[in-house]
Design a protein around this ligand. Structure first.
Ligand code: OGA
Ligand code: NI
Length: 361
């Protein structure tokens, strides 16, 4: 087991997929959440409440009214929800189907093959089942594969799955497309915040220096889904997340005004959410919102989360233009590397890490 920066697993990692396939009727206590954190003991919004949806092509429309209306929808989604779905984003649906399929094939490989990619908490790159290194921590009902796409210097393609054979090539093709969408969204967010169009991209270190990673999630069937979670409540630490979720199994829930809302994925849409670094840069005008995943006894679920992040050694702090007498800087500067270390040690804990950045002034 590799162990650097004092970051190593405190106990052997349990693979959830093999636990699920072992035919158990009840889940081990380590997966049982405290009563108040369970899926059905928390408050829900009416099932007709949904996160906002935008049509990507409208962002480029020659019809100025339509374009402005779409910008306003994005703006209120970023302020009030931290989440929105994007349709007509231009990414080929066949590429989306292929990338889903290669990851499904990967998770269906025998455990011994997948374990050749077993990860360690110093970088998290590879196949794993937990976040955080606290002994006896509560565990979530899911496995994942994590990898870096950018910067190229940390890509380490040799650590990406070699099977199925098309996997590495498809990941690159897919990530290339999503980088373009994130670049465009950063412009939209900058404009909406009243900043120069390139403000956020520059604050991220420029298009050539950003970080990007991919987390393929796999949530096996669970015999007691009411007692556990696939991912505990958390906000995403980075810049922008683009999620490709299964169309036919729900699971993702977003917190809104103290209640949980189910995300009902529109077929072939992307689910976009704001991460903690944009909350900081926008001086908390935009919210990186807590979300969680519930699991299911009948169907397994798969999702692919693409994270677009700032250059990791650059100080991230509220944009000067958004700091005023009435609204002082809400956060102290911190690099993404420093920020991420907190999560790598502690695991996911709601929004405690972005809250802990709050200035004491
Ligand atoms: C994540 C995440 C949600 C999902 O990977 O950060 O929140 O639906 N995933 O899998
Ligand atoms: Ni997340």
């Amino acid at each position: 087991m590799s162990c650097t920066q004092n970051l190593c697993w405190p106990e052997p990692v349990i693979n959830v997929q093999s636990l699920s396939e072992s035919g158990i009727n009840s889940i081990p206590t380590r997966y049982i959440k405290p009563h108040d954190d369970r899926p059905n003991t928390t408050k829900f919004h009416d099932r007709h409440v949904n996160i906002p949806v935008i049509d990507y092509t409208n962002l480029f429309s020659h019809d100025a009214a339509l374009r402005h209306q779409t910008l306003r929808t994005v703006s209120s989604a970023c302020r009030d929800w931290g989440f929105f779905q994007v349709v007509n984003h231009g990414v080929d649906h066949r590429l989306m189907a292929s990338i889903r399929e290669v990851w499904r094939d990967f998770f269906n490989l025998p455990l011994e093959v997948k374990q050749e990619y077993a990860n360690a908490p110093d970088t998290y790159v590879g196949y794993g089942s937990r976040l955080g290194v606290e002994e006896n921590a509560s565990l979530d009902w899911g496995d994942y594969f994590f990898l870096h796409y950018l910067p190229v210097t940390v890509r380490e393609k040799s650590k990406w799955p070699a099977v199925p054979p098309s996997c590495r090539e498809l990941i690159e093709e897919y990530a290339r497309e999503l980088v373009k969408i994130c670049q465009r969204l950063l412009k939209v967010l900058s404009t909406n915040l009243g900043l120069e169009e390139d403000y956020l991209q520059n604050a991220f270190g420029g298009a050539k220096n950003i970080g990007a990673c991919l987390r393929a999630n796999f949530y096996p069937k669970c015999p007691q889904p009411d007692l556990t979670l696939g991912i505990s409540p958390h906000s995403d630490p980075g810049g922008i997340t683009i999620l490709l979720a299964d169309d036919n199994v729900t699971g993702l829930q977003v917190r809104n005004s103290g209640r949980w809302v189910n995300v009902n994925p529109i077929p072939n849409a992307f689910i976009v959410n704001i991460g903690d670094q944009i909350q900081v840069l926008s001086n908390a005008i935009y919210k990186s919102v807590e979300h969680r995943v519930v699991v299911n006894s009948l169907k397994e679920r798969q999702s692919l989360a693409f994270f677009y992040n700032p250059k990791s050694d650059l100080a991230i702090e509220p944009a000067k233009q958004l700091v005023t007498k009435g609204r002082p800087a809400q956060y102290q500067p911190l690099t993404f590397d420093e920020y991420r270390l907190y999560i790598r040690r502690k695991g996911l804990c709601g929004k405690t890490q972005v809250e802990s950045l709050k200035s004491n002034i």
